[in-house]
Design a protein around this ligand. Sequence first.
Ligand SMILES: [Zn+2]
Length: 474
Amino acid sequence: MKRNLSLLCFLFAFSVKQTDAQEFSSSVQQFISVRSDTLALTHATIVDGTGHPAKTDQTLVIIKGRIASIGKSGNASIPGTARIIDCTGKTIIPGMIMMHEHLFYGESVPPQYLGLEMPVSFPRLYLAGGVTTMRTTGSVEPQTDLNIRDQINSGKMPGPDIDVTGPYIERAALPIPEVLFIKSPEEAAREVNYWINNGCTSFKVYMDIAKADLAEVVKLAHQNNIKVTGHLCSITYREAADIGIDDLEHGFWVSTDFDKTKKENQCNGAAQSASVRSLDEKSAEMKELMAYLIKKNVTLTSTLPVFEPYSGRDVFPGDGGDALTPAIREVIEKNSSAMIGKDSSGTAMFKKEMAWEKQFADMGGKLMAGIDPTGAGRVIPGYADRHIPELLVEAGFSFSQAIKICSLNAAQYLGKDKETGTIEVGKRADLVLINGDPTKDIKAMRNTETVFKNGVGFDSKKLFESVKGKVGLY
Ligand SMILES: [Zn+2]
């Protein structure tokens, strides 16, 4: 017994010693394509995440996972020991920090809607698509999400850093059997305390809650330096801002502030939807709401991919159909071909949502982005993430602004901007190497080649291929 204990202590000491240069299991190593203490990425176009325009012919030196220098290639001094990667014709952006990225796949099986945890395929897909940090923004299996986070951190599985959101805080309005339902503010408090003690680092309230529930969640979370977001319906954006919510999901698409028939603490989805659909794009009321949210320092999360399937476009936003297990893919393709072109109001609403998000940002609002792999089951992690800058550019943002929304803005929200979120000297080398120039041809975003996390390069294609046909299974 004593001997076993000392062996354990030895193993523990050994593993702690290794954290300097992270050790990876063989199941992670198979995806690592670049690993070098000193690394120089030469002749690249860099979009650094600050919102400033791209710089061409740059050389980036990375030492022990951190950015050591950046400069014009002709002037760069490259250490003799460096492994050099010629990035001519390629572009580097910061590792993306995406803010509505569940670890479950949403599948409609009437009369229920299932949240199916995808502990193998999803972390790999996110990383493959350039995501180096993500928030889970509502969990159906918080304990699984926490274990995945820890396994990634300890090098046992590939994936992004994860800000694990607690279980949805929700009363019983939705037919999702995985959701944990509360009945009172006391029960909301019990959940928040329990999951803070178990390691969750953010919370999300859902469509059917009372204002007293939100007040309790915000109070407890803020006491612990934790932020709260919401996909609201029973509470208006203004009410939530007054209570102290930090962030709102799905842009303005789910706001109930314009529903004149709304009753306190009640969600009427049909009335909500009709109210925003009939609102003019240039609505003065909307502008007032935006100004109010900005004054109250409330951040907004754009989730354009989850709405895109209702706008008559591609079946799978940014592609990704190959990742789905064939039986699910078949049903989705059948259903979506029956829908295409049938809902012109969905297309108009999608364009209006884009315009509102741009307006909010132009007025000084803080905008972040995420995919939300739920809805019609057509949003596939990784593929949809690298597609988001395409949508933001379509909404009128410059490429540099779009990248900032997907990096620095989220890093600031998470309080991680000293470590990641931009390509700056001293920060972690969280980077995406793209083959091509998305500043000239936005579709080049889809050519993610290597995703660097802490300076370790992962082969994007290999990660994608490793889970082909697996989404829906695990
Ligand atoms: Zn969601």
